[in-house]
Design a binder for this molecule. Structure first.
Ligand SMILES: Nc1ncnc2c1ncn2[C@@H]1O[C@H](COP(=O)(O)OP(=O)(O)OP(=O)(O)O)[C@@H](O)[C@H]1O
Ligand SMILES: [Mg+2]
Length: 368
């Protein structure tokens, strides 16, 4: 049986889709990486579907179909550039697009929603598709997120060493892989999401490249304290979050009393918020951490990386590129790895990350 899997990830940043073709026959070998941006119409529709709106069931289905066409495009790109034959790919792990994340609310389990049409993706690619990774975890009483810590351990974990892996996507999540083999994983809070939104609004650009805009101003300490007062930050793990909480209205409400702050200073404060959301958690849970590996698009934000290093003077803060896998490939590779787990019916012990009752096989399979 082939050990080649494709992972497709489109996260809360809504920047597009990252795909990785990976071979797991001897550890992890990445055979190809491809990405595709969302066209502005799909991006704004996916963003709109994060909130209630007219005819949203209909719109969600069509957005899911449109998303699968982008996913299939990435799959075809991966096959073409790597020279791997379609029949040689065991399965695709497709995350889908999170539009609501409300676990452990309302009726007990609550829910998490990733727009995805695995049947359509199987038709468009002719490859088995594994999808819907989060719902079983939520059904078992978990947060449904983060799931990547298991992959972080498989990829970066070293026996007898405690390390941290920090993924800075739209939201940030931290995996603490401990020397004794135990692990703790949870969402820290905002990643790039708030910075992206503010940059789009004031500079008309989707993100602050290298964090250069933020780096040109000093964070406002009062605003920073106001933002850090959000109760999510003080909550003990397991915990996860999304655009349901850290969205533009959340920011606008808190900015009401800071109307005179220049936009650039707000950006500097938002960068500091992301850095603090992450570094405070390292200090709280693993203050003597020797090494923190950073992945996700946030690792490309030079200013943010500098702030993390300054806030964690005793920790060596490095990009995942220095640990063997470029930042934008890690989460996509995680879903290739998770697809393999599902195909092999291997359960993951979720208690220490999502808080689910026990070990479960995550994801459903849609055969080609
Ligand atoms: N050169 C760069 N400088 C600064 N920020 C960057 C750069 N490149 C990417 N980014 C940031 O990374 C974001 C994309 O990161 P990523 O794809 O990891 O997030 P995501 O799609 O939300 O993923 P996930 O949910 O899997 O963590 C962009 O929206 C942007 O904010
Ligand atoms: Mg992305």
């Amino acid at each position: 049986m082939s050990e080649r899997y494709i992972g497709l990830m489109s996260g809360t940043s809504l920047d597009g889709v990252d795909g990785v073709l990976a071979d797991f026959s001897d550890g992890l070998r990445v055979l190809g990486h491809a990405s595709a941006p969302f066209d502005p119409r799909l991006k704004s529709e996916l963003l709109a579907l994060n909130q209630s709106g007219p005819d949203e069931i209909h719109r969600a289905q069509l957005a899911g179909n449109a998303l699968m066409k982008v996913y299939a495009g990435v799959v075809h790109q991966l096959l073409a550039t790597s020279g791997v034959a379609l029949a040689d790919v065991r399965a695709i792990g497709a995350h889908g697009q999170t539009v609501r994340h409300r676990p452990q609310e309302f009726d007990g389990p609550g829910y998490t929603v990733q727009l995805c049409q695995p049947a359509l993706l199987a038709e468009l690619t002719g490859i088995d598709v594994v999808a819907d990774f989060r719902s079983r975890d939520v059904a078992a009483g978990g947060q449904g997120a983060p799931l990547a810590p298991f992959f972080h351990r498989a990829l970066f974990g070293r026996a007898g060493e405690t390390i941290g892996v920090l993924n800075i996507g739209g939201i940030s999540n931290l995996s603490l892989l401990r020397a004794d083999g135990s692990m703790l994983g949870f969402d820290c809070g905002p990643g790039n999401g708030l910075m992206d939104a503010w940059c789009q609004r004031h500079l008309g650009r989707p993100y602050d490249a290298e964090g250069a805009w933020a780096a040109g101003a000093v964070p406002d300490q009062k605003l920073l304290q106001t933002l850090l007062a959000e109760p999510f930050f003080a909550k003990a793990p397991p915990k996860s979050t999304g655009r349901d909480l850290f969205n533009e209205p959340w920011l606008q409400q808190r900015l009401a009393k800071f109307a005179s702050l220049p936009p650039q200073q707000v950006q500097a404060t938002l960068a500091e918020l992301t850095a603090r959301a992450c570094s405070d958690n390292v200090m709280r849970h693993e203050p003597k951490l020797a090494r923190l590996i950073v992945c996700g698009g946030g690792a490309l934000n030079t200013h943010l990386m500098r702030r993390l290093q300054a806030l964690l003077p005793g920790t060596q803060v490095v990009s995942s590129a220095d640990a063997g896998l470029p930042p934008l490939q890690v989460e996509a590779a995680a879903f290739a790895w998770l697809a393999r787990k599902a195909v092999r019916r291997e359960p993951l012990d979720l208690k220490s990350t999502t808080g689910a009752r026990g070990a479960r096989v995550l994801g459903g399979i849609w055969p080609a």
